[in-house]
Design a protein around this ligand. Structure first.
Ligand code: 5AD
Ligand code: SF4
Length: 371
């Protein structure tokens, strides 16, 4: 019996697919060379932009022909996209040949759903579950091991679907994280540990005995072994001096920060609910550059947020020009159902968004060339 996992979206999902693979291998499945030769296919989906969802609909639709060839093929769709009830229902209606549709919280119970399907039931389950501490991972990223330190997000940036599909921030206990990192290091195969969370800088605030992200970093660095440590993603509003200090002073920590700015304009930042200004963002960048001169800094930007004018977009260009990031990701704003921004007046046309994203990417290319 063979399995195949198709992953969309961020590193969180890549890492979650490692958990899915471990569950399937534990059930006796082995990795198929491609989806054509699999007995079970799992789609781990992303909901961050509409394009990601469209691709899933297209690719799941294409599985119909495989199901015709092999009626015992099990098809499961899980992740952020199917955590949304309406999307889950649309998927099941459109593709009745899909066997399992589950949300982000139900992945740990995948084995149970598969066994139920083998007995002849279709499944949709989206209720919130507990953070699980028991399941192993089948690590697939070479000498890098991903370690999840928290789930969810409390920030409710007005464009973002994540708080709705991943729930509120829930940190793992520090002792469990340390135990996991230690066992990864003991295996001797991994040179790099990457901590994952939507907003790692607010790690530990929700624990009954709060722990700061800076302390977590220090405690991981104190573990024996020759390894490098990095993390993502940081939110500018929570990147505190003590974290910058630890990055500077701990030789094991990579000198690299991904610090999404999203926009260079204060009115748009406010509408996005980012809770910092352009000036504050630049202040943090200057602080990082002063304390850690060799630090690489990358960022994300959204263009064409509702009501963004040409002048306001120019503020994003000038911020990018001023900071000279090591690289940036630029996205066209994509309205997500249920978010505040999707209800805002003055949605920007696709044409204008495309023009702006191209302009931003062109500037980025020019800056890269200039070095
Ligand atoms: N539209 C476009 N880009 C988005 N991002 C998050 N939500 C949206 C959206 N609705 C971008 C942000 C974030 C990155 C992971 O995806 O820039 O930092
Ligand atoms: Fe989304 Fe904002 Fe949370 Fe990042 S910080 S996951 S952009 S709501």
């Amino acid at each position: 019996m063979k399995y195949f996992v198709v992953t969309y979206g961020c590193q969180m999902n890549v890492h979650e697919s490692e958990k899915i693979a471990a569950i399937l291998e534990n059930m006796g499945y082995s990795l198929a060379p491609d989806r054509e030769n699999a007995d079970i296919i799992v789609f781990n989906t992303c909901a961050i932009r509409e394009g990601a969802e469209d691709r899933v609909f297209g690719n799941v639709g294409n599985l119909k022909r495989l199901k015709k060839k092999n009626k015992d093929l099990i098809i499961a769709v899980c992740g952020c996209m199917t955590q949304k009830e309406q999307t889950a229902q649309k998927l099941m209606q459109k593709f009745p040949f899909v066997d399992i549709v589950i949300g982000t919280f139900n992945i740990p119970k995948l084995q149970y759903y598969i066994e139920a399907v083998q007995k002849g039931r279709q499944f949709e389950l989206l209720n919130e579950g507990e953070l699980d501490e028991i399941l192993p991972y089948k690590r697939t990223s070479g000498d890098n091991a991903w370690v999840n330190i928290m789930q969810g997000c409390n920030n409710f940036c007005t464009y973002c679907i994540v708080p709705y599909v991943r729930g509120r921030e829930k940190s793992r206990k520090e002792e469990n994280i340390l135990k996991e990192v230690k066992s990864i290091l003991d295996e001797g195969k991994y040179k790099k540990i990457t901590l994952l969370g939507q907003n790692v800088n607010s790690y530990g605030k929700d624990l009954t005995a709060p722990v700061s992200f800076a302390k977590l970093l220090k405690d991981i660095c104190a573990l024996e072994g020759d390894f490098s440590l990095s993390f993502m993603t940081s939110h500018p509003k929570d990147l505190t001096d003590d974290v910058i200090e630890v990055i500077k002073s701990e030789p094991k920590i990579e000198k690299y920060i991904h610090l999404p700015a999203q926009s260079g304009n204060n009115r748009i930042l406010k509408l996005m609910n980012r809770k910092y200004t352009r000036e504050k963002y630049l202040e943090i960048i200057d602080k990082i550059r002063k304390k850690i001169p060799n630090c690489r800094i990358t960022s994300d930007f959204i263009v064409g947020f509702p009501s963004e004018t040409e002048e306001e977009f120019n503020d994003t260009l000038s911020l990018v020009e001023r900071v000279k990031f090591d690289s940036i990701f630029a996205f066209m704003y994509s309205p997500r159902e249920g978010t505040v921004a999707s209800q805002m007046q003055d949605q920007i046309s696709e044409q204008v968004k495309r023009k702006r994203v191209n302009k931003l990417l062109q500037l980025e290319k020019k800056l890269q060339k200039e070095g």
